[in-house]
Design a protein around this ligand. Structure first.
Ligand code: SF4
Length: 678
């Protein structure tokens, strides 16, 4: 039987892959023996010799005599072995092409995109395999319209469709898809040739490959699928003969393309020019350049919340109220709910919720800060003019969550609510949910656990900062509690939140632990040697500009003034929130100033080393009402209920002098304490 006959046979699961891989390997070995052993093997049209070998085995030139040493044992007992079969198939296909002089997709095709394949300009590649269905033309057009490259193989290559981002190849050429995307990772990315770990890691991120297969499953199809899977692809097929392993899903729905894209974590700007790129993560959108604003000091409240629920409709985004294109320029309220179903539970919600920040702040023309009911979003005029919609944002959120919680987020749905009265009731519901989460955590103390967590999400714009998260010290952005970080690290061990042993205690009151000092010393390259987690004096913990609240020691050093980002009026510290954020928001340590999360104020650890909650002398009436009954309870739990009523606000003190008078007149407890020693 010829290799062509074997490849066109019907395939059932991994058996089909083995048959395809074995046929290709046997043919490659036979051909290699038929030519002189010292013949250097090179495919036409590429500078990478035999690209898959160059990428996965060794980067030097390979000779015919080397071929026998290249292939795996051919075992299919685990996911790694199965992916090895995919790499074997790609290498064998290219060796055959090199010896026979057959064409593979040339480097020049890849060079026509260059870095666009990796910088997010091209969000991903969709490989279509098998026999097309009626809706296929629509799905291909949809992919290309959203900026993806569509590679059409087999029956798909016969569809009468042409376009800039469409490449038609033969069914057998699809066997070399691994070598094709590997070349992009090598030439335009940082992947290390011949290093399987480096290749695997890089291709997991980009270029993002999704495979859509329809029709009868052949040996050729399944072998090409695993050539792609070894390069990080997610595969959807309507064939019931697929093997049941991760990275593959069977679906008969019309939404195969959407499922492949979402599960591969492909994210979009939109088809009119808004991009989704890491480079946008640092973007600032000045007020003058913003068309729309949600949350923040000048807009009605907004919220964002993730909800673990029994059934989310995967990939769906809905909007209640006006869409981005319909809203009048200015400030509005907005609720963003992310419904997630699968292996998720209540304890994972907040970790998932934080991805909203990540997805939005990476969308060009969108700036996002804060979280929960303290979120603040600006959308630039140019993004609105480019046609940005809530559906685009929802699509990015869904893809980001799928990518970061691949094992648990089976279905993700996003609901935007811009209708003011509906948004207001959604915000109330979200606050109840935040309250339940916070109450659960308040039962654990720093002493009860062996490890704390780090979070490095914000190192893109505060490279020297690393968040240390303990049960009594939630993150400075307020969105990551110790429980969230624990869940985040379990679900995504290589992700931004990681555990570390807290080490020995140096000062229980101030919250100084050897483990935390070691971590911060490393993150700051030695510029910060020690941190106090529960004191604003001497070695306060560092922050990034996501900080919700600035804690500032008063000019007489007797008390602490708390400002949040909505406090734009005068206050007794003499500093504005943004001045403090500029000072400490890049991971620098300034005794007397500390960035904190709002809910840290309610923690029993709050400034324990400085006298605790009794030190609070001033906060705005608005912040006080946001903390509500929980703040009153924190004073009650500390045994100083009366001190709650002695906190000054903007109605009684706008400068240091009037604050001093208020504190004396009201016999504030901080007046009886020693000054804070900075
Ligand atoms: S502020 Fe800290 S916890 Fe929050 S996202 Fe940034 S690094 Fe993570």
């Amino acid at each position: 039987m010829s290799i062509g006959d074997i490849l066109s046979e019907g395939a059932g699961g991994i058996g089909g892959l083995k048959a395809g891989r074995d046929a290709l390997v046997v043919m490659a070995l036979d051909l290699a023996l038929s030519v002189p052993g010292d013949r250097v093997l090179e495919c036409k049209g590429t500078s990478f010799g035999v690209p898959s070998v160059h990428a996965w085995k060794f980067p030097g030139p390979i000779r015919a005599s080397d071929v026998a040493t290249l292939f795996s044992e051919g075992s299919d007992s685990g996911i790694d072995d199965v992916l090895n079969l995919g790499i074997d198939a790609s290498m064998a296909f290219e060796i055959i092409a090199a010896i026979n002089g057959d064409a593979i997709v040339p480097d020049s095709w890849m060079d026509s995109y260059g870095t666009e394949l990796l910088d997010g300009t091209v969000p991903g590649i969709a490989l279509f395999l098998g026999e097309p269905k009626e809706a296929s033309v629509f799905e291909i057009t949809e992919c290309v319209g959203r900026g993806l490259i569509a590679i059409l193989s087999g029956g798909y290559s016969k569809i009468e469709i042409v376009g800039e981002n469409i490449l038609k190849i033969g069914a057998e050429e699809a066997l070399g898809i691994n070598g094709l995307v590997s070349r992009a990772a090598l030439k335009y990315g940082g992947a290390v040739a011949g290093n399987r770990t480096s290749m695997g890691k890089y291709l997991k991120k980009k270029p993002k490959l999704a495979v859509i297969h329809t029709g009868k499953l052949t040996v050729s199809d399944i072998t090409a699928m695993f050539s792609a899977a070894a390069a990080g692809a997610f595969i959807v097929s309507d064939s019931p003969d697929l093997p049941n392993i991760p990275r593959i899903c069977e679906t008969s729905s019309k939404e195969m393309v959407a499922k492949a894209i979402a599960n591969r974590g492909i994210t979009f700007g939109n088809n009119k020019g808004v991009r989704f790129v890491s480079a946008s993560e640092n973007q600032r959108i000045r007020k003058a350049d913003a068309r729309l604003e949600f949350g923040g000091p000048d807009a009605p409240p907004s919220c964002e919340v993730a909800i673990a629920c029994g059934h989310a409709e995967d990939g769906r985004t809905t909007t209640t109220g006006k869409d981005i294109q319909e809203l009048e320029g200015g400030a509005h309220s907005l609720s963003i709910e992310v419904l997630v179903s699968g292996g998720v539970d209540f304890s994972m919600e907040q970790a998932i919720e934080r991805r909203i920040h990540f997805a939005l702040s990476r969308t060009e023309g969108v700036w996002h800060s804060g979280q929960r009911d303290n979120s603040w979003i600006r959308i630039s005029s140019s993004a609105v003019e480019n046609g940005l919609t809530f559906a685009d944002l929802g699509s990015n959120i869904i893809s980001d969550i799928k990518e970061n919680f691949p094992t648990v987020a089976e279905a993700v749905e996003v609901v935007f609510t811009s209708d003011p009265s509906s948004a207001s009731s959604k915000i109330c519901g979200a606050r109840e949910r935040y309250g339940i989460r916070d109450r659960r955590l308040s039962e654990i103390s720093d002493r009860d656990v062996d490890c704390f967590f780090t979070c490095t999400i914000c190192q893109t714009y505060a490279p020297g900062h690393i968040c240390i998260i303990s049960p009594e010290r939630p993150s400075v952005c307020g969105s990551v509690t110790w429980t969230d970080a624990k869940v985040g690290s379990e679900v995504n061990p290589g992700g931004p939140q990681r555990p570390f042993p807290k080490g020995h205690i140096i000062d229980a009151e101030k919250g100084e632990w050897t483990g935390a000092n070691d971590i911060v010393r490393r993150a700051s390259m030695g510029s910060i040697q020690r941190i106090y987690m529960h004191s604003v004096a001497k070695y306060p913990m560092t922050a990034c500009s996501c900080m919700e609240v600035a804690a500032i020691v008063s000019s007489d050093r007797r008390s602490v003034i708390l400002l949040d980002r909505s406090d734009t009026g005068r206050n007794p510290s003499g500093y504005s929130f943004s001045e403090v954020s500029d000072m400490v928001g890049r991971g620098e340590q300034h005794p007397g100033f500390m960035g904190i999360g709002k809910h840290y104020i309610l923690s029993p650890g709050f400034l324990r080393g400085d006298g605790g909650i009794a030190r609070i002398s001033w906060m705005s009436s608005r912040l006080k009402s946001v903390l509500g009954e929980s703040l009153r309870k924190a004073f009650f739990d500390a045994g100083i209920s009366e001190a709650y009523f002695k906190i000054a606000d903007e109605n009684v003190a706008e400068d240091a002098g009037s604050l001093g008078v208020w504190l004396e007149e009201n016999e504030h407890p901080a007046m009886l304490m020693d000054p804070i020693r900075l």
